[in-house]
Write a protein that binds this ligand. Structure first.
Ligand code: DGL
Length: 287
């Protein structure tokens, strides 16, 4: 199975794109809704929570896990890939969303290698919106400086946006106030970005409201389709991993909080009924 992890139900936006682009595979989606949002938590806590979720997905039979959550991708992925997997799960893979998003933001092909791949065709300023933790990590900045050093990046934290989405507050004057508070520094900075990446799984749900506040000429990019097309490319380049994936039409949804709440919210987001189950995560490394 392909495991897809997010702190909350926003990651269904990524899962939806994956299922559309790669319908042949089995999917298990885990939302740690009981502890979402992750965005204002400390590095250690985000790592601990993410590892517990990844281990749970491994135990259920996932050989490949996608961290759809940007906060987990920026705060936990590197340690999981470099420290945890080699020691405890050498045959499993965990992928994140930052690298593919930066490649897309810079107009580069999948798997771009600095110095070997032709330089990014994008010039000028681009922007990424994310949680406090994602922006504070500077992961987007570091990747872009490696892959396209001539492109200028505005990184903007958007406090409470994910919480508004989790609460179903997708529009209205209160939501608009919070959107303006984070968007104004970007669109009124005097350096108008050509592209704005929604660097959080929850933000595509705010897209209609965001679109009204951003000038028409600015392209707004969501991550779902980017992650799906880059995963398809990764699987072509890793046939051994691709061969391990199940093809039984499985679509399973689990949450660490109330299953009915998740099913209602998630079903609304996907536009079709969804039956989630509640699970309890074990502490990583404990029996
Ligand atoms: N899913 C998280 C992300 O993509 C945002 C929500 C949170 O703060 O947990 O960054």
């Amino acid at each position: 199975m392909i495991g897809v992890f997010d702190s909350g139900f926003g990651g269904l936006t990524v899962l939806d794109s994956l299922v559309k682009a790669l319908p042949q595979y089995d999917y298990l989606f885990l939302a740690d809704s009981a502890r979402a949002p992750y965005g204002a938590r400390s590095l250690d806590v985000i790592y601990e929570f993410t590892l517990e979720s990844v281990e749970w997905l491994f135990d259920e039979g996932c050989t490949l896990v996608i961290l759809a959550c940007n906060t987990a991708s920026t705060r936990a992925l590197r340690n999981i890939q470099q420290l945890h997997l080699p020691k405890h799960r050498p045959d499993r893979r965990v992928l994140g969303v930052v690298r593919p998003s930066v490649e897309a933001l810079a107009g580069l092909p999948p798997g771009a290698v600095p110095g070997l791949t032709p330089p990014s065709p994008v010039t000028g300023v681009v922007a990424v919106l994310g949680t406090e933790s994602t922006i504070e990590s500077d992961s987007y900045g570091m990747e872009l400086r490696k892959l396209a050093p001539h492109v200028e990046l505005i990184q903007q934290a958007c406090p409470l946006w994910a919480a508004l989405v989790e609460a179903g507050e997708l529009d209205g004057p209160g939501t608009e106030w919070f959107l303006r508070r984070s968007l104004d520094p970007v669109v009124r900075s005097g350096r108008m970005p050509k592209r704005i990446l929604l660097g959080c799984t929850h933000y595509p749900l705010l897209l209609p409201a965001i679109r009204r506040l951003v000038p028409d000429e600015v392209e707004i990019i969501a991550q779902g389709d980017i992650v799906a097309s880059r995963l398809a490319n990764w699987l072509e380049r890793h046939p051994d991993q691709e061969a391990r994936l199940g093809r039984g039409g499985l679509r399973r949804f689990v949450t660490t909080d109330d299953a009915e709440w998740f099913s209602t919210r998630g079903g609304r987001l996907l536009g079709r009924p969804l039956a989630a189950e509640r699970i309890r995560l074990r502490q990583a490394g404990r029996p």
